[in-house]
Design a protein around this ligand. Structure first.
Ligand code: NAG
Ligand code: NAG
Length: 263
């Protein structure tokens, strides 16, 4: 009984430290967590890797619902009797030098979440992105959405998914690009607000938000994320508001005509 009580205290102490390390590591090295697969407690190991940068205790085959971060600059690596924290990430967590395509959430151009030397082009929603590489010495710039000559490390902006609750994560100071993190290890989805819209969190404490479109006048406006939808802007209670509407099937929105036409 006493033993169990002591363990609880240690767990609480580590939990506090854990929260701090997570904040520390928020802007650290971009890890590719795409290949990481969490294993179950096997009855032998006393700790198992929970993610690339954290581990959790096992009691036999039972998992303890507590995650311990490895701390800044440390990674969870496989051991024989326990997975441990060390300075070298495991192979599944190595920073990707090659980039893999992702499923397109919108049409247009996107940064790569793990490597600023790459960018993605999406021609259709739900299709795979096409991966492009910037010229040597160039990085994808999230402000101009093009490759620029890298003059400082701050030109390279990637996304690090924190371990914890699922949430949206911003790309540096951009309010146009953002990413979805599932809080464990699943792929990061890269999203982009359509032209004229900016990403806003629902409140200062929430982890979720949405793209908010600003109408430039009354009438219909193209949605740069989706050619077969448009924004219908109108005045309600003295304010410009909008609906996002779909074009009839088989048609796309024509900005000149301001209605949907056959392609
Ligand atoms: C994280 O960001 C802070 C301030 O933005 C900076 O001082 C610190 O060096 C960064 N840490 C890493 C590991 O990049
Ligand atoms: C939109 O409609 C105009 C007028 O019919 C036409 O000239 C133009 O090519 C159309 N644009 C697209 C992208 O289809």
């Amino acid at each position: 009984m006493q033993w169990y009580l002591a363990l609880t205290f240690i767990a609480i102490a580590l939990l506090c430290e854990d929260t701090l390390s997570q904040l520390d590591s928020f802007n650290s090295t971009a890890l590719s967590t795409r290949a990481f697969v969490k294993k179950d407690c096997d009855g032998v190991k006393t700790y198992i890797c929970d993610s690339c940068t954290s581990r959790r205790p096992c009691f036999g085959t039972q998992e303890i619902e507590t995650t311990f971060s490895c701390g800044t600059g440390f990674y969870c690596i496989e051991g024989t009797t326990a997975d441990r924290c060390g300075p070298t990430p495991s192979e599944a967590c190595v920073i990707s030098t090659e980039s893999t395509s992702f499923t397109c959430s919108a049409t247009g151009i996107f940064p790569d979440p793990n490597n600023c030397n790459y960018y993605h082009v999406c021609l259709a929603i739900s299709e795979s992105s096409t991966v492009y590489r910037c010229a040597p010495g160039y990085v994808f710039d999230i402000v101009t959405s093009s490759c620029i000559r890298q003059v400082s490390v701050s030109n390279c902006v990637t996304v690090t998914c924190p371990v914890g609750a699922p949430r949206y994560v911003l790309y540096g100071t951009s309010r146009v690009y953002y990413a979805v993190c599932n809080g464990v290890s699943l792929p990061t989805q890269v999203l982009r607000c359509p032209n004229g819209a900016l990403f806003m969190y629902f409140s200062s404490s929430t982890l979720f938000g949405e793209c908010v479109y600003t109408c430039s006048g009354q009438g219909n406006y193209a949605n740069s994320n989706n050619p077969s939808s448009y924004f219908q802007c109108y005045i309600s209670n003295g304010r410009l508001v909008y609906n996002e509407l779909d074009c009839p099937s088989g048609t796309v929105f024509n900005q000149t005509l301001r209605y949907c036409t056959r392609q």
